[in-house]
Structures are given as structure tokens and as C-alpha cells.
Write a protein that binds this ligand. Sequence first.
Ligand code: S3P
Length: 171
Amino acid sequence: MRNVVLVGFMGTGKSVVGKRVAAELGWPFYDTDQLIEAKAGMKVSRIFETKGEEAFRSMEREVVAEISQRDGCVISTGGGVVADPENVRRLTEKGELICLVATPEVILKRIERRRDARPLLLEGDPLVRIKTLLEQRRPYYAQASFSLDTTFLSIEKIVEAILRRMKSAHA
Ligand code: S3P
């Protein structure tokens, strides 16, 4: 079976779901944001604040280059990873991109409590910002071979759907 690579907008559940999928498969789990934070020794929001988005994207590319080479793992990615064609090329070498989707309203509800951790959503009206970014990123997320609308699904159901998809696609 190929690596499971979860992509999609902030607040669609990539990290929680990825961890659970990995546990079900008995595979290691990697989260690009967590790896960047470990490397930089600071939170993503702090990296944006002190070094800027470009520096963050370059760390993101480094982390993707490293983990995309591993076999048999589940990788959850930051919402902007797929906007870089080189990241997509690397991640699809050994993995299948699965995009988690949700409506802007649900995304806002899910991230509201920790909005300070999402530097891209700090300026302006958050719902408008989410809608704008979603629209800009539509073509990038469309590169995934499988999309799953998580708006009305429990974590269990999302995990089940991903496992079913991975097993049937590569049976
Ligand atoms: C970003 C999403 C965040 C994090 C950073 C940038 C984005 O990850 O990588 O704040 O560009 O959409 P999550 O999708 O895990 O929130």
C-alpha cells in the first residue's frame, strides 16, 4: 500500500485523522507542521511572526523532501503544502494524496478557539479570509486522487473511509 498523505485546508482534521489512520495501520505518523516546529524550536505562528512566510515555506519544503522518501507511513500536511509543485511531486512518488474538505463555516468553527495558531487567518474577517484562500487553493487541492467531505462526518467515519479507499485502491 502507498503512503497515506492527507492534504486540505486548515481545520479539516488532517492531524487528528492522520494519527488515527496511522494507529489503525500500525504505521508511523508524521505531521509537517510538528516536524517544522521541532526543527525550528518554535511554533509555526512564531516562525511566521519572526521569520516570515517565505522562511516557513522553505522549512516546509525541506521537511517534505525528507519524509516523502519513507515507506509505509501516514503524513499529514499543512494546508499550504500542495501549492508548491515540487512538494506534490515528492509526496506522490510513494504516496496517495487524500484531500479532506469542509465548508468554510465548519472550518471557522473548528479553528476558532485556536485562531492565534493560524497566522494566515489573523487579518480581516476570518470567514471571508477562509473563503478567499479556499478559492485560491481549489486547483491545488484538486490534485488529490481522493477527496472526502468531512463536514458531517465523525472522526471514526473519516478514518474508516480512508482505510477503505486505501485498501480497495491497492488490493
Ligand atoms: C497553513 C496551514 C497550517 C500551517 C501554516 C500555514 C496554510 O497548517 O502549516 O499556518 O498555508 O494553510 P494546518 O493546515 O495544519 O492548520
